[in-house]
Design a protein around this ligand. Structure first.
Ligand code: AMP
Length: 280
């Protein structure tokens, strides 16, 4: 029977990758597990581009600013390995100590305003944790390509900033968001929602598509923001933020004359969900 090779230490993974030879294209798909078809779409894209794909499954404590969130984050390794069956991947499923051993020193990357808005504002320290784990994974795996989902729009921008600023020889490949039939962006956190919650959470994508249609119809930004806020007020979700930003700088826009990305964070049944959509 086909068994996926799983490595739990960086030494054993590095040894395996070194033995493949220098001419192989290595892709990495960093994940925190509880895999769903959104993750698999990244894996499939990586398989198309690369000779070998490393899927990391690591719930990175450094990127959680809320201990309860870290504690209840779903961990489903057996099911994850089942989902990866038939894919040309190896899995890196390390302990916290393996990733951040005693020799580890955090990098201190100044993210500027990019790290202070939206997720950076509401989850202080989150992106420092993301930057550190990604930098570490790149050190361990030495990939040519790394695959990230646009569902985490700000994360893609931050990781691209990391590679540009530190001149890392890794191509960042941004992949489209996979959604449930009702529009809800697939997320490991959806596993924490009841069926009712999953239905109600569809208001997030409804609000984003409403904002996109409104922008296309020339409705002003303030009106769009007020209408979206009302949609959330009328739902069982609690809106944390709805921002319309410049997709390259992530700065809030004053008007809709240029490119614009709408980004949302909202709570449904105490589960924090994020999503985004290109408006223009
Ligand atoms: P996570 O396990 O949540 O850290 O996600 C691992 C990677 O999968 C990140 O690059 C995410 O942006 C990406 N991802 C998560 N959900 C989706 C989705 N619904 N569609 C596409 N990519 C996703």
């Amino acid at each position: 029977m086909w068994e996926i090779r799983t490595f739990s230490t960086r030494e054993s993974l590095s040894q395996f990758l070194n033995d493949l030879g220098q001419d192989k294209c290595i892709g990495v798909v960093p994940t925190m597990g509880a895999l769903h078809p959104g993750h698999i779409s990244l894996v499939e894209r990586a398989e198309e581009d690369c000779d070998i794909v490393v899927v990391s499954i690591f719930v990175n404590p450094k990127q959680f600013n809320n201990p309860t969130d870290l504690e209840r984050y779903p961990r489903t390794l057996e099911a994850d390995l089942d989902m990866l069956k038939g894919h040309n991947v190896v899995v890196y499923n390390p302990s916290v100590d393996d990733v951040y051993g005693s020799d580890h020193v955090d990098i201190d990357l100044e993210l500027g305003s990019m790290g202070e808005v939206m997720e950076g504002k509401y989850r202080p320290g989150h992106f420092d944790g993301v930057v550190n784990v990604i930098y570490r994974l790149f050190e361990i795996v030495k990939p040519q390509n790394a695959y990230f989902g646009l569902k985490d729009f700000q994360q893609v921008a931050v990781v691209q900033f990391l590679t540009n600023t530190m001149n890392l020889p890794v191509e960042i490949v941004a992949c489209p968001t996979h959604r449930e039939r009702n529009g809800l962006a697939m997320s490991s956190r959806n596993k924490l929602l009841s069926e009712k919650g999953k239905n109600e959470a569809s208001v997030i994508f409804k609000a984003l598509t409403f904002a996109k249609e409104s922008a296309a119809n020339g409705i002003s930004m303030n009106t769009i923001k007020a209408d979206v806020k009302r949609m959330f007020d009328d739902s069982s979700l609690t809106l944390e933020y709805f921002e319309i930003v410049d997709p390259s700088t992530l700065k809030s826009l004053d008007d809709l004359s240029g490119k614009a990305q709408a980004c949302v964070a909202a709570f449904c049944e105490d589960v924090r969900l994020i999503d985004n959509l290109e408006l223009k």
